[in-house]
Write a protein that binds this ligand. Structure first.
Ligand code: SAM
Length: 262
């Protein structure tokens, strides 16, 4: 069984703070929304700490976010309350997207999944479940938005990559500065990557402490993305390669798809 992604909730926002993708993904998404109707119903899958959902709600949309991690949702709620938004603007639901026939009982103008979260579902069966959930929650003229990285062949060619993307971040709640590095182990036969985040910090006695999280992710290629979407009743209307609005090309870092119901 693949190991699903679980963040260390108190680290999540801080470890990702300087990630360039996260400064651009929500503004780009908001820029693609039609100006009418001004207020759209948006469902974010795997909402986490509300990093994306909160600014979307602040832009005037009515947002529902789903996640299975109670500790991530607690942070989302704390942040939502701190900016003066309520349940009517951003409602947070605890639920597992992989639960068969899971239905929130509402339909949305947009269903979206940001920041590679879709790649945290590494098997075809899981991907179909998540896309089925997304489609089921779309209004007839609704749109699905998925944003994942385009695989880098040089990373895929190495069976193991260690110490990637060293990042130093501060966690005010714990008063600690943490160094994060990432290891990736490839299983090309299943197209699964075992991702390990290593965290290291010094405690108040100067002793080195370590913690890690591990999960299985996948990568998907452009044609595979289209096929996956199509087999789940979603048609790609537009496929961008980056947040500057450029079309997907060989060296594009992202695959950002806007889809309608087939
Ligand atoms: C990379 S975070 C993304 C959070 C947020 N969307 C963002 O863009 O910052 C992925 C999220 O997926 C959630 N997740 C993973 N598997 C899930 C599942 N089966 N059902 C619901 N949420 C899940 C995790 O708890 C985590 O909060």
């Amino acid at each position: 069984m693949p190991k699903l992604y679980r963040a260390i909730a108190e680290y999540y926002d801080h470890e990702n703070e300087h990630h360039a993708v996260l400064r651009q993904d929500v503004p780009f998404f908001l820029g693609q929304m039609p100006s009418r109707p001004r207020r759209q119903a948006v469902l974010e899958l795997a909402v986490g700490t509300g990093r994306a959902a909160i600014p979307i709600a602040q832009a005037g949309h009515r947002v529902v976010g789903v996640d299975y991690a109670a500790d991530m949702l607690e942070i989302a709620q704390r942040k939502r309350d701190a900016v003066g938004l309520g349940d009517a603007e951003l409602s947070l639901a605890r639920g597992d997207l992989l639960r068969p026939r899971y239905d929130l009982g509402a339909r949305f103008d947009w269903v979206c999944v940001f920041f590679n979260s879709f790649l945290g579902f590494p098997t075809l069966e899981q991907q179909d479940r998540v896309l089925g959930f997304a489609r089921r929650h779309l209004k007839p003229r609704g749109r699905f938005w998925v944003d994942v990285f385009q695989p880098d062949p040089s990373v895929l060619a190495r069976p193991v990559s260690r110490g990637m993307e060293p990042t130093l971040f501060h966690v005010p709640r714990f008063g600690r500065s943490v160094l994060k590095t990432t290891d990736i182990r490839q299983s090309p036969e299943s197209q699964v990557q075992r991702v390990t985040f290593h965290y290291t910090w010094l405690d108040e006695h100067g002793v080195t402490r370590r913690e890690r999280t591990e999960f299985d992710g996948t990568y998907i290629f452009p044609r595979e993305l289209r096929i996956l979407l199509e087999r789940n009743g979603l048609t790609v209307e537009h496929l961008w390669g980056n947040y500057d609005g450029s079309p997907l090309g060989a060296n594009s870092p992202r695959m950002i798809a806007r889809c309608c119901r087939a």
